[in-house]
Write a protein that binds this ligand. Sequence first.
Ligand SMILES: [Zn+2]
Length: 72
Amino acid sequence: MTLITCKECNATISSQAFQCPRCGYPLRSVQYNINNNYYHGRRRSPKIVGVVIVLVVFILLYVIAYMLTQFL
Ligand SMILES: [Zn+2]
């Protein structure tokens, strides 16, 4: 395991990390579209948006299942 320096906040972090633990700067697999996606998603984390979408889908499925049990 080697240590690298974050390009964004200059924190010393593990090269194994997927993102900087200090500022959330993505370190792997997203290097090619940093300029497009990272700065666009800075105001609201894309991970949080994904979690919210999954939660909404689960709530909708629960409501639909509940309604079906009421009608059957
Ligand atoms: Zn950082």
